[in-house]
Design a protein around this ligand. Structure first.
Ligand SMILES: Cc1cc2nc3c(=O)[nH]c(=O)nc-3n(C[C@H](O)[C@H](O)[C@H](O)COP(=O)(O)OP(=O)(O)OC[C@H]3O[C@@H](n4cnc5c(N)ncnc54)[C@H](O)[C@@H]3O)c2cc1C
Length: 391
């Protein structure tokens, strides 16, 4: 049997079939074949999720060949792209059209659909996740039909839905005019960082910090728009404290060469600092050997049913561990802290929540499950991992 693994190596799965369809019709035909055989089928993006949200026993489809810009309207800011387009390709195509995403996450190697389906986000209290930009999509449904979705009733359910309602083959995004950013990186003691936290969040478009537990140093990073057009040459990445200016889509992404595993929780913005302090104390007391940083970011409230930022201004806190080291014990020791602050897990990252935990954390969770049963009564898009949470 062919096997599939994710970026960090935490998920390795066998599947009866790996396929790379060339177009929407082929995706639909593969789903119809799966339906006729009573098999499950799931889609892989770039495999950058740390938990088994991709694998299915019946078939795994990669949409790498469904890549490219289909249409862009610089006047309205709307652009339609094939769903397998990688973020770095998508943002380049948008830039060529004079457009950009208003915010991006830490890397741009994910697929558009995978980033949307899991609520992938950057930082900034005025910015939602990439999924908030989704204003239309074409789905291959569980029956293997093509369905265009742009209704305001359905979009909030579809935005963050892990492919449970169907396979996205194209997505339409609401973009903004392209812009340049000034990046500043500086280091300071964590106590000073926490004293200045609210000021820094409020005074920058995008602010985040990484706390390095062994040195107790925080590395702060701010990104703010600048008016001047940068020259087209990319500025070299910052290796530490410093400053640079460039086009936004070239400034947002970092290069992550070392592989890691990650757990991230979204907590109400007002308890972010207290939650971080509790995490820091637990790491100092019980996990002094962990050297990987803790990342602190902000996120605007949104209305996607399964968005970790659903209905509340949010702080996300993520913990990391080297991919070659055990991580489960470390992550599960911290998880109750996040949960005690009302935390909701990132769908692509480690968590041990049960269905009941998720239903308690996400106000519209049961409605999503009901819609999923309507869209996919036979569970064509359900793996055992997902069935335990969403059936
Ligand atoms: C180095 C690294 C950096 C990261 N940085 C961030 C960050 O800054 N912010 C953040 O929020 N997250 C971050 N993540 C998490 C990551 O963005 C998410 O897990 C994201 O889903 C990965 O996208 P992908 O294309 O790899 O999707 P995959 O992991 O391959 O798939 C994710 C989900 O999307 C579904 N899916 C994929 N394609 C489709 C489709 N066409 N239609 C329907 N469903 C589909 C899959 O079935 C699966 O359920 C990071 C992960 C890594 C490894």
């Amino acid at each position: 049997m062919p096997s599939w693994s994710n970026w960090s190596g935490s998920v390795i799965a066998e599947t009866a079939r790996l396929a790379a369809p060339a177009d929407e019709e082929e995706v639909a035909a593969l789903v119809r074949e799966a339906a006729a055989a009573g098999a499950t089928v799931r889609v892989a993006g770039s495999g950058h999720s740390f938990v088994p949200v991709v694998p299915a026993e019946g078939a795994i489809l990669t949409l790498d060949r469904l890549a490219g810009l289909l249409h862009a309207d610089p006047a309205s800011g709307r652009a339609t792209l094939l769903a397998g387009t990688k973020l770095h390709e998508a943002t380049h195509f948008l830039w060529e059209q004079g457009l950009a995403l208003p915010n991006q996450g830490d890397v741009d190697t994910q697929s558009l659909a995978g980033a949307i389906a899991t609520g992938t986000h950057g930082t900034g209290p005025g910015y939602g996740s990439i999924s908030t930009r989704l204003v239309g999509a074409r789905l291959v449904t569980a029956s293997g039909d093509l369905l265009d979705v742009d209704s305001p009733d359905l979009l909030p359910a579809l935005r963050v839905s892990l492919g449970l309602l169907g396979i996205m083959t194209r997505v339409t995004l609401a973009c903004v005019p392209r812009y340049a950013l000034r990046e500043r990186v500086w280091q300071h003691p964590i106590d000073e960082c926490l004293e200045q936290l609210e000021h820094n969040i409020a005074s920058h478009d995008h602010y985040e910090f990484f706390w390095f537990p062994r040195s107790d140093i925080a590395e702060s990073k701010s990104l703010d728009p600048v008016d001047a057009e940068p020259d087209t040459e990319d500025p070299p990445p910052l290796e530490g404290p410093g400053e640079r200016v460039g086009w936004a889509h070239r400034i947002y992404p970092s290069v992550r060469e070392l592989r890691f595993n990650e757990m991230e929780y979204a907590v109400p913005a007002e308890v972010g600092p207290a939650c971080f302090r509790a995490v820091r104390q637990r790491m100092k007391e019980r996990h002094p050997k962990v050297g990987w940083p803790v990342e602190y970011r902000t996120l605007a409230a949104d209305d996607a049913w399964l968005s970790p930022a659903f209905g509340r201004a949010t702080v996300t806190i993520s913990v990391h561990q080297d991919a070659a080291r055990p991580y489960r014990e470390f992550f599960t020791d911290l998880e109750p802290i996040f949960r005690s602050y009302g935390g909701r897990p990132h769908w692509g990252k480690f968590h041990t929540c049960t269905r009941a935990d998720l239903a308690a954390a996400y106000p519209r969770f049961e409605e999503l499950c009901a819609l999923r049963r309507e869209f996919d009564p036979a569970g064509r898009f359900l793996s055992p991992y997902l069935a335990a949470l969403f059936a």
